[in-house]
Design a protein around this ligand. Sequence first.
Ligand code: HEC
Ligand code: HEC
Length: 302
Amino acid sequence: MKPSRKWLAIVTGGLLSLILLPGLVLYGLGWYRLNRTYSVQSRLVSIPKDPSSLLEGQRIFRYRGCEACHGEDLGGLVYLDNPAVGLVITPNLTSGEGGIGDERSDLDLIRAIRHGLDPRGKPLLFMPSAEFYYLSDADLGAVLAYIRSQEPVDNQPGSSQLSPAGFIAMNLVREITFLPAELIPHDDPPPIPPEPGLTAAYGQYLSLSCPVCHGLGMSGGEIPGFPPEWPAAGNLTPGPGSRLPGWGEEGFIDIIRDGEKHGRALHPDYMPWTSYRYMSDLELRAVYLYLMSLEPQDFGNR
Ligand code: HEC
Ligand code: HEC
């Protein structure tokens, strides 16, 4: 090899490894995060059997968004299929063919819902347990009763598989939580849920999913890390430009129930009112009370 070629090879090789090496390191880090095991102590909750608790469980399953991700018959579906992330699939929760219902103990289901972990203690992808960690025993018990009461569905939805780009992206795209288990204080004493009632504290308990899109301060704006075609989320605080104070409690309930109010229509692909509409009047009033108690913020302050 002539010296000039040799140097070319070294420089090219050096440049390639400059690109490849960080990619490999990030890939390895992603693999480690996805495959590490957590040991947590989850507790059983009592699971009611009466018909009204099953209906209540179904309602909670809907307004907490479980149905949107797991399917109306709980048979599982493709939640995300994108080469930049991979394939994310919700399992069939029933005891039918291809379902995990019979394989999972009640404690396994509780570990999944509250801690975002599979039976081996490995973190679940995109299952929003950092919210469900705060569920009361009564709400969780009703949801479990509803899951267990389902007719078996024969469906083999397959299993989640991150793409190589997904393993890298999970370390770079900080705004998106790939592994909610990482955010949960697994070893702390269990949180104390508020009593149901017309209080801001209960409203906050019902609003645990809103900050994902409306921001930690609930002032809305562009949603970081989401595709650019998404509309900006609205300002839910009583700050400048917020539509909520003008709508009042009744108008707020209307738009969550019907997806429109005063000529404003919310697209359910972006704003999941088709799940939240299952909250009762009292619950939606508590949510409104909570939102109006927030620190007023300018739109898009996140
Ligand atoms: C944003 C979508 C989303 C929502 C909302 C959601 N899940 Fe999931 N859930 C998932 C995904 C995705 C998985 C599979 C994760 C994986 O393959 O790593 C999953 C897995 C599970 C599992 C199975 C864990 C195991 O043992 O393999 C259970 C049980 C479960 N979810 C219950 C619920 C319940 C109950 C709710 C509502 C309180 C809920 N989920 C809400 C996305 C969601
Ligand atoms: C997955 C993202 C997402 C979540 C979660 C979410 N929202 Fe939204 N929300 C949006 C988007 C995006 C818009 C704007 C929709 C549009 O313009 O069509 C919006 C708009 C709204 C509006 C109308 C505001 C206005 O000024 O017009 C209200 C009210 C609202 N959301 C309440 C809530 C509440 C309450 C929660 C939680 C219980 C919540 N949202 C959770 C994405 C979300």
